[in-house]
Design a protein around this ligand. Structure first.
Ligand SMILES: [Zn+2]
Length: 344
């Protein structure tokens, strides 16, 4: 079968290869992939500027939906023909203290599809039964493939942050996760939502407006600090979601958060920082990280997508056959599209 394989750490070490259909174990299913989302992390591995360990060669892709093509002898609750999406924690230790709390997403030893084990940018992928969730026939595979990034946003906005109706929210970084966080903040009853980017984000900031941001800043180099002083009582925003892929945006987050407010960091980058964290102390800010997602979040997000309350219409801008992976990657990398999906 054809697969988009990342074979080395050097930039652009990705190519289409012919690989065998995987063998499955007793508690696995073989999924026929119908749609697989392109994630920022796939792009980071493509450009070779990722900060995690990759088991080369590996098939890319961890945001996917498809049909059960074959179920192992001990699989329960899923059978041939079922429509499913899959979580990303392909290998976990069932006895780790995190797994026992349902927080397998936080186990530092877990391995995910697309970097630790072969992912879904191919025709068939081996998936343990515990990763699977059923999806209704009304939910298209192309939309369902975006369940995973929606779960990242749900965890950041609705689980790790404490957002009350009417709270003002700033989102740093209008990439896919930032825009999904804006949608989630809207669903959760946020008051004023402001999405902040840089001039290269012009296109994505337009999308931010369309998905419900009240204000967008940074596309024309606007002074964010000056805007915040003019906003409301001038003391800053209740919640800042930092979805930019660098650490340095924490400085902006500390500047614009309200005393007693919260910062949730969901975007990451390995670069070191050289500024003071004093505003965290002086403003008594709650700073929290948010990483990945777990089973209950998947069930909630599938329900939101299936009901249409959470719409991907403005986020999903390109559906391409697997063979066109490269132009799709490039379109997303350049910000011409927010999110692309490949259909093997
Ligand atoms: Zn992803």
């Amino acid at each position: 079968m054809k697969a988009v394989v990342n074979f080395a750490p050097q930039p652009h070490s990705v190519e289409m290869r012919e690989i065998p259909v995987p063998e499955i174990g007793e508690t696995d299913v073989l999924v026929a992939v119908r749609a697989v989302g392109i994630c920022g992390s796939d792009l980071h591995q493509f450009t070779g500027n990722h900060s995690w360990k990759v088991n080369y060669p590996v098939v890319l892709g961890h945001e996917f939906g498809g049909i059960v093509a074959k179920a192992g002898a001990r699989v329960q609750g899923f059978s041939e023909g079922d429509r499913i999406v899959s979580e990303t924690a392909a290998v976990i230790d069932p006895d780790s203290p995190f797994t026992r709390q349902g927080l397998y997403n936080l186990d530092p030893n877990r391995l995910g599809f697309g970097y630790g084990v072969n992912g879904a940018m191919t025709e068939f992928v081996k998936v343990p039964q515990r990763c699977l969730h059923h999806i209704p026939v009304t939910l298209a595979f192309e939309t369902a493939a975006l369940t995973e990034p929606c779960c990242v946003a749900y965890n950041a906005v609705c689980v790790n942050s404490r957002l009350r109706p009417g709270d003002s929210v700033a989102i740093l970084g209008p990439g896919p996760i930032g825009l999904l966080c804006a949608l989630m903040a809207r669903l959760a009853g946020a008051g004023h939502v402001v999405v902040i980017g840089i001039p290269a984000d012009t296109r994505r900031l337009e999308v931010a407006k369309q998905v419900g941001a009240d204000t967008t800043l940074g596309g024309k180099g606007e002074d964010v600090g000056a805007w915040v002083k003019e906003f409301g009582d001038g003391y800053g925003l209740d919640l800042v979601i930092d979805a930019a892929g660098v650490s340095a945006t924490l400085k902006t987050a500390m500047e614009i958060v309200r005393p007693g407010g919260q910062i949730t960091k969901v975007g990451w980058g390995p670069q070191p920082l050289n500024f003071s964290l004093d505003p965290l102390v002086q403003k008594a800010v709650t700073l929290q990280g948010s990483f990945s997602h777990n089973w209950p979040i998947w069930e909630k997000v599938i329900g939101l997508l299936a009901s249409g309350r959470l719409s991907m219409d403005l986020i999903l801008n390109r559906i391409s056959p697997l063979a066109d992976w490269r132009p799709a990657f490039e379109d997303m990398h350049s910000g011409r599209i927010v999110k692309g999906v490949l259909t093997p």
